[in-house]
Ligand binder design. Structure first.
Ligand code: AMP
Length: 177
């Protein structure tokens, strides 16, 4: 499966800045079977598990998370970059492999006790996912697991999230950054 996925992911060197190997999933998403199989792989682990909400991280996490939520008959909740969500939000600052930012979540989007699955395309340093886990927990939600198509294990993010007692599922990995 991992090789099947990586064969459909394109690597763009030095994007968005020098030294970054950008793992571009648009080629995976554009492949009808690729999109379906990637979503099915993530979903099949949670068949029979109660998931109330799927949280997707802007922007590629929306595409994957929306499809996963639909398949699991769960609600979908966006975590967005600062200033995009219209209602009252809670926020968390985070650091990226290339830059810093702030993530926001509507303060009423997740109910206390909701079981939540976190979805994004890729985990690198884990700063983004850690901020999302903190936001979900601040609302009283429980993060059942975090899923990503791609892991960059050498950057330590998946270990960082597992250290927060969140199981991590990834479909493929790339050594290095
Ligand atoms: P991090 O917070 O370091 O785990 O970075 C993860 C977030 O940044 C995800 O939302 C990814 O979409 C994006 N990202 C970080 N590094 C890369 C990369 N090398 N290729 C594609 N996306 C990346």
């Amino acid at each position: 499966m991992a090789e099947w996925v990586t064969s459909r992911i394109r690597t763009i060197p030095d994007f968005p800045k020098a030294g970054v190997q950008f793992r571009d999933i648009t080629t995976l998403l554009a492949d009808p079977l690729g999109f379906r199989k990637a979503v099915d792989e993530l979903v099949q682990r949670y068949v029979g598990v109660t998931i109330d909400k799927v949280v997707g991280i802007e922007a590629r996490g929306f595409i994957l998370g929306g499809a996963v939520a639909h398949q699991l008959a769960a609600g979908f909740v966006p975590v967005r970059k600062a200033g995009k969500l219209p209602h009252t939000t809670i926020s968390e600052d985070y650091e990226l492999e290339y830059g810093t930012g702030r993530l926001e979540l509507h303060d009423d989007a997740i109910g206390s006790g909701d079981l939540v699955l976190l979805v994004d395309d890729l985990i690198a340093t884990g700063g983004t996912a850690e901020a999302a886990v903190k936001l979900i927990r601040a609302t009283g939600g429980t993060v059942v697991a975090a899923c990503f198509v791609i892991d960059l294990p050498d950057l330590g993010g998946s270990r960082r999230i597992r250290d927060m007692d969140v199981p991590v599922v990834t479909l493929c990995e790339y050594p290095g950054g």
